[in-house]
Ligand binder design. Structure first.
Ligand SMILES: Cc1ncc(COP(=O)(O)O)c(C=O)c1O
Length: 354
């Protein structure tokens, strides 16, 4: 790997207590080009703008996928990643669907390790503080022919972030727009999935909802996922979540929540969930909690759901009885090395630079 270090770090100019999510980036970035049918020598260079030809393929055909992961630091100054091999696997699953060449796993892990070693000081200890890591790959070939690009850039950039306080989350159940259709790219973390969700999300915001719960495109009868979160419903003492299909992102937090909940003795049902059954459970006072699960928020309780002009509010569950709170606490304990990790999910970051 070729490494060019920054001459002078900008870290002293950063107010680490007041970070807007994803607006400040660390000193370095990882870049690896795909040319002539293969991935070239990976590099780490000072964080800087890219120069792209206006005809650059990604700007026209959206051939781009990304990942979202975090590094955490414990009180001893050791940095940790949470299930990073899953992000590596998933970006390649996404790439495959978008006809992007897969990125070698060894390059991914080595690049990430070296980048985190260089920018180690940007990972701040303290519950809630973390370094948001954004790997992404895009078609970089100039030319407007509607065909897969012959050149790509795989990059990793990092942004220090504080605890994610989303405030109250009210979600609207989608009936007109769809996030993904069967046979499409819903299971991929494709850039275009997010672009397509912004307009319906804006309309929902006008009605006072922060997020949308997407339903299946064919019937709008089944609940899928919300924003950048998989979603869990607690009906009485059972936790229910939709199975991952080709329209749902296979969330790493989601599978961690399922495992932890089961190990806590909570009954978890992974099956299609009808909107009608959730509304009925609410009417019978059996709908106890709804929460989203994703890297940015970990686990985030939902206050109400909107459906056909009506808002269904969730009762306030006291912290000691909330599944969301119990599961979140356990995941955070693993991520910040304040609790045992029986699953081997926590991976130490080696802070030595080659
Ligand atoms: C559409 C979507 N669903 C679910 C998730 C949650 O996935 P993870 O837990 O791996 O962050 C995300 C975020 O990455 C997402 O963008």
């Amino acid at each position: 790997m070729d490494i060019t270090r920054i001459k002078k770090s900008k870290i002293d100019q950063i107010d680490f207590d007041h970070l807007a999510f994803g607006e400040v980036f660390t000193d370095h970035m990882f870049v690896c080009d795909y040319q002539d049918g293969e991935w070239q020598t990976p590099t780490i260079v000072p964080y800087q703008p890219l120069q792209l030809d206006p005809s650059c393929s990604v700007l026209h055909y959206g051939q781009a996928v990304f990942e979202g992961m975090k590094a955490y630091k414990d009180q001893e100054g050791q940095a940790w990643l949470f299930r990073p091999e899953e992000n590596c696997k998933r970006i390649n699953t996404s790439s495959k669907r978008l006809a992007i060449p897969e990125f070698p796993e060894a390059y991914f892990h080595e690049g990430l390790t070296q980048l985190l070693a260089l920018d180690h000081a940007w990972i701040k200890p303290g519950m809630g503080n973390s370094l948001y890591i954004r790997p992404f790959v895009f078609a970089s070939e100039p030319g407007v022919s509607a065909s897969p690009s012959n050149a790509y850039k795989f990059m990793i950039i990092c942004a220090p972030v504080n605890a994610y306080y989303s405030g109250e989350i009210n979600v609207l159940i989608a009936e007109e727009y769809s996030r993904a259709a069967s046979g499409g790219v819903g299971y991929a973390k494709a850039a275009g999935n997010y672009a397509a969700s912004f307009y319906p999300a804006k309309l929902a915001q006008k009605e006072g909802y922060q997020q949308i719960i997407w339903t299946d495109a064919a019937t709008h009868e089944y609940l899928e996922e919300a924003g950048t979160m998989n979603i869990f419903f607690r009906v009485n003492d059972r936790l229910i979540t939709a199975p991952v299909t080709d329209t749902i992102l296979d969330g790493i937090t989601r599978k961690s929540v399922i495992q932890i909940a089961q190990d806590m003795g909570i009954e978890v049902e992974v099956r299609p969930i009808k909107v009608a059954e959730i509304i009925e459970a609410h009417q019978k006072n059996q709908l106890i909690e709804i929460f989203g699960a994703g890297t940015a928020v970990v686990v985030s309780p939902i206050s109400s759901i909107g459906f056909r002009g009506k808002r269904y509010s969730l009762p306030k569950t006291d912290e000691s009885h909330s599944y969301a709170e119990k599961i979140k606490k356990q995941i955070l304990g693993i991520q910040y090395n304040t609790a045992p990790d029986p699953y081997g999910w926590r991976k130490a970051v080696d802070a030595t630079i080659d």
